[in-house]
Design a protein around this ligand. Sequence first.
Ligand code: ADP
Length: 210
Amino acid sequence: MSDSPDGSRPAPEHGTRKRLVLMGPPGAGKGTQARVLADELRVPTISTGDLFRANIAAGTELGLKVKGILDAGDYVPDSVTNSMLSERLAQPDCVAGFVLDGYPRTLAQVDELDTMLANHGAEIDAVLELTVDRNELVSRLSKRAVGEGRSDDTPEVIRRRQEVYTEQTEPLLAVYAERGLLVRVDGMGPMHEVTRRMLRVLGHDEVASA
Ligand code: ADP
């Protein structure tokens, strides 16, 4: 995207904001909403958590390296996460856009993402933060623990993931707010309502087909 003569970026037109980051604490519904939103926008969703879990399930070298870290609720080192994401973003299906779920999660990843996109002549169009009450977060995660059997959904690991989020990821919200990219979306209520709110703030008014 080229800069205008006065140095300010032209506002993206409706329908062109397709390089998106979804943020929010564990349990906010990022994974689910990222998939629905990406379907609506006809772009891929890239979930670092899913990529790690797929590697663990397939028993790859990367999977073996990160399994213990995920099970403890800690973050995978930036170098490992960054190279995995960089490979994914370089795939041709990401050219028209993407919905990132679970990346960036550290300040170093914010810088890395900027660099990766700049290499493709691109930048982030918007960062959507899903906001959900604390009590609701705990109840959603506990339900998921029963339903999906994720090994990092035990009460102790959930607490650890929340702590790590507050310490390492919450500060990113201020960074994106400062850049004028952050949009808060109410993540409470029925799933299709939340999807509709996200599409609305992006300028896509059609009703989600979910
Ligand atoms: P959550 O529902 O807690 O947001 P995710 O599926 O997004 O879970 O991520 C699961 C785990 O994968 C994290 O707890 C962390 O160990 C690892 N992970 C995912 N994304 C990243 C990232 N960007 N940086 C470091 N670790 C990550």
